[in-house]
Design a binder for this molecule. Sequence first.
Ligand code: ZN
Length: 260
Amino acid sequence: MNDAITVLMYHAVGDERGACEGADAHYAVSSRQFATHLALARDNGLAVRSVADILRRDRAERCVAFTFDDGHASNGPAAELIARHGGSADFFINPSNVGTPHYLGWSDLRDMAAAGMSIQSHGQQHVYLDDLAPGEVDAQLGDSRKAIEDQLGTPVTIFAPPGGRVVADMAGVARRAGYSAVCSSRVGLWHRDEGPWDIARLAVLLGTADAQVARWMRQDRWEMANRRARHAVLSSAKRLLGNQRYDRLRAQLLGSGRDA
Ligand SMILES: [Zn+2]
């Protein structure tokens, strides 16, 4: 049973061609891409969920996690679309940017929370933690959590470090600041048995092909990597043992009485 979850990381959602005021063009996706990704989730039988939801639920549901970093204003309409699909997502925001040009305001975020979205912390400001002194790191995590909880009245339990820059013992720092999970920018699938302190994500960009997103949702790439790794192990065993002994060993391992 595969217990890996695909966690997608978005930033802004632009117009049909991906243009989006006040957002990095490279990191924005187009509205067409975004609608296609929601349709791909549905077609693959995957519920669209926030990481917060997944951490609360049992493991039975087949799902894909949608997350958004930076709190760009375009995340509001994206959240509406997700809610219309019966889904949810995490939005990692910086309280210092809330209500400034091109960013969501607190009333937008309140509406999103009321629609079932998970509003989480991306730090008080969008600064890299590895540039800061330890006390400043603690303040980025603690102040942002308190600001969001005070404004929205919803629990802030997940931290996503800006730019994916982590500090030593990120898990311990986050835990002491009151968090119970960290969404990082480590590339890969989230294997739930690895725990919630370094949740890998896959960045979806303007240049990310729909077919790539489909493969991520189906986790084909990792299936192929597993197969390649298995193939390499078997090939080197064959070289080490010589084909004959290899075949005998293989037959024994597979429980067959004779060589294939
Ligand atoms: Zn960011």
